[in-house]
Design a protein around this ligand. Sequence first.
Ligand SMILES: N[C@@H](CCC(=O)N[C@@H](CS)C(=O)NCC(=O)O)C(=O)O
Length: 221
Amino acid sequence: MSTVTLYTYFRSSCSARLRIALHLKGIPFTPVFVNLLKDEQSSPSHKAINPSGLVPALIIQHGTQDPITITQSLAALEYIDEVFKSTGPALLPSDPEMRAQARTLASIIACDVQPVTNLRILKRVGVLGADRAEWSRELIEQGLEAYEVLVKNSAGRFSVGDTVCVADICLIPAAWGAERVGVDLGAFPVTEGIVRRLEGVEAVALGHWRNQDDTPVELRV
Ligand SMILES: N[C@@H](CCC(=O)N[C@@H](CS)C(=O)NCC(=O)O)C(=O)O
């Protein structure tokens, strides 16, 4: 018996990755809400859990063992996949080449795009006089251009074949953020097709930013 706690914020794409993965695997979890607009992520109590001062943080306790805390979403995704192997679908393909492809696509989003469009970076570029939406739009478009080229080598219904994998789990919250800043996903037709199919997956709907208990009422579905 495992107890799972997720430190999350409804708009956070990195938190959404873990919400979606946990729903895909059918693992129940207790959310703890961290309001990024109130800067709760920088509080000493949150930094005691995640020293990076960011969300998500995943805490898992197996039985009576000491709980483990994972403060990077990609590491947490792989941990969930490895530890809950027999629960729900695998989040990584079994073939090593396809596994590398899934990690490559996930990294385009999680390592190349999200860090430079994150809230604390946007605050800084705003202070320097840049237009935050334009900054995000250009960087997201560059990432999606690369995603579109590479995903053609592996796409089926989803990014790597017909099973939702870590690449899709990173892509879909990024696509929500992209549309918010005016990126036209139609410029990336293979990726857009994958996004639309992902929107039909129940775990994705459950992890959607509009469906969370910390989503302000006026933004809910
Ligand atoms: N590499 C980290 C990134 C975490 C991250 O940047 N989280 C964002 C939300 S998606 C955050 O907490 N931003 C708050 C801030 O910038 O102050 C991960 O993948 O977990």
